[in-house]
Design a binder for this molecule. Structure first.
Ligand code: EPZ
Length: 455
């Protein structure tokens, strides 16, 4: 097998050589883990939602912006978080990981080794480019590849950094960026062709230390963008308008350390709301932000559920006897989130009538259709659209997870299906859900983690 060329992070004259390490046994082990679910049981009680994966990952990268102590709390325990922690340590960051708290200090970002396996596997490692470029003036970072759901290009990140005075070349899969003429990046007015979450976050972080004012227009409005902005402001950054489509950043010379509590994970919360709906169970969700779930709650109402806001951090779902079909089109926030499309499709397989689901954000995010069809779902998909014809029930079956949110959809379908469902390839699920099976078991689900036989 051709050996992958070592990739490297290079900053100033120090080179971090990324050695090629393939934990063969770990890869084999991950492939054998599975969830065994006996469906048809209702759930009850309350669940506490963990911190948001997509906020924690980018805020971890954001700690590279300063040379002081940062303490991040409510960090979910996830494989992606562990991978990002390893990558930061590879950059010379000192990082202590204690449960759901991270103590990070990026004062001495220097040379060391990072497992190539992690850097190539975690796209979010690319978030480091903005902070490293604005801190060090020069950086090399592997180009993040695509993933199961799409090509995931980064040209908007690159074009924005170029507008701020960086030269950016991409050679042999490595992005090489440097501030033209040395010194600091320059504030710029940037219009994003599409409201990319990652590009908004990369450019916002880079702009915090730039010389002058940066305006990002057509910015992403996701809550995770706002959480990152609030974190950067806690470090002394000057950012206005995060959470709207226009963000204004006034660059400062230096940022200091600080503390931050990660917002609740709106996608985990949405997943548990659907778990209540699909098992026809009344559930209470603690530690949520209802305003982050407006579109999901609206769609649950349209199929017949009631979702009650008990307080500014507690939601309760009351299921319906039968569900009505509804159409879903995924859009940037505050539209219906693409990260909830698969989970909602699982619910709509049991609704009365035909639902049309259109995936507008990623080109390959309907892989769960084939697996749901194995469970008896009546779905016809073509291109980025799926027509879901409601069925009276689903049948348990062995199914294969293909990506993070598809995994969650299959677990939800298994909770409602008649008989046993085995969801394999749990590495996808473990990237983005903290103890999903334990949390569901505590609510009464018949769900166990097993190791499939090696054959
Ligand atoms: C973030 O990905 C999330 N990941 C995704 O969550 C989420 O689905 C996505 O935002 C949309 O909400 C993290 O925050 C780590 P984008 P990101 O840039 O930043 C195109 C999950 O399940 N695009 O907003 O990569 C892109 O191809 C994950 O938790 C360009 O064309 O998303 C896509 O079609 C999956 N050029 C669209 O924009 C670019 O330079 C939205 O992508 C950048 C993006």
């Amino acid at each position: 097998m051709a050996h992958s060329l070592p990739h490297s992070f290079i900053q100033e004259d120090r080179t971090i050589t990324v050695a090629v390490q393939r934990p063969a046994q770990a890869v084999a082990k991950e492939d054998r883990s599975a969830l065994e679910i006996f469906g048809g049981h209702s759930l009850q009680g309350q669940v506490t939602i963990s911190g948001a994966k997509n906020s924690a990952l980018v805020i971890m990268a954001g700690t590279l912006l300063c040379a002081d102590d940062c303490r991040i709390t409510n960090v979910p325990k996830l494989a992606d978080i562990n991978n990002m922690a390893e990558i930061l340590k590879a950059l010379g960051v000192s990082l202590k990981h204690d449960g759901n708290t991270l103590e990070i200090n990026a004062s001495d970002i220097g040379g060391s080794e990072a497992p190539y396996e992690l850097v190539s596997r975690l796209r979010a490692s690319f978030f480091a480019i903005g902070p490293l470029l604005s801190r060090l003036g020069e950086v090399k970072i592997p180009l993040p590849g695509g993933c199961a759901i799409g090509a995931r290009p980064v040209e908007l990140h690159v074009k924005g950094l170029q507008a701020m005075g960086a030269s950016v070349q991409i050679e042999h899969g490595i992005v090489k960026a440097a501030v033209i003429g040395g010194g600091r990046l320059k504030g710029a007015k940037i219009y994003l062709d599409c409201p990319s979450v990652g590009a908004t976050e990369t450019l916002m972080m880079a702009a915090t230390l730039a010389d002058g004012e940066t305006i990002i227009e057509n910015a992403a409005q996701e809550p995770e963008v706002e959480d990152l902005a609030n974190f950067c402001c806690a470090l002394g950054a000057k950012i206005e308008g995060a959470g709207t489509n226009t963000i204004v950043i006034s660059g400062v010379e230096k940022l200091h350390g600080g503390e931050w509590d990660i917002i609740p994970d709106r996608i985990e919360a949405g997943t548990f709301l659907v778990a209540g709906a699909i098992t026809r169970s009344e559930l209470t969700l603690n530690s949520v932000v209802p305003d982050h779930l407006t579109a999901v709650i609206a769609k649950l109402h349209s199929v017949g559920c009631k979702v009650i806001t008990e307080s500014d951090s507690i939601l309760r779902i009351i299921p319906a006897e039968t569900y009505k079909a509804t159409d879903i089109k995924t859009m940037p926030f505050p539209g219906f989130p693409t990260d909830m499309q698969a989970q909602f499709m699982a619910l709509l397989t049991l609704a009365e009538g035909n639902s049309v689901i259109t995936e507008m954000m990623f080109e390959n995010r309907l892989q769960h259709v084939a697996e749901l069809q194995r469970m008896g779902a009546n779905i016809k998909s073509k291109g980025n659209m799926a027509i879901v014809g409601g069925m009276p029930f689903l049948s348990g079956a062995p199914v294969m997870a293909t990506d993070l949110r598809a995994s969650a959809a299959l677990v939800l379908a298994g909770l409602a299906a008649q008989g046993k469902t085995t969801v394999q390839q749990l590495r996808h699920l473990d990237r983005g859900y903290e103890q999903l099976d334990e949390k569901l078991r505590r609510l009464g689900a018949k769900i166990e983690r097993i190791e499939m036989s090696a054959s």
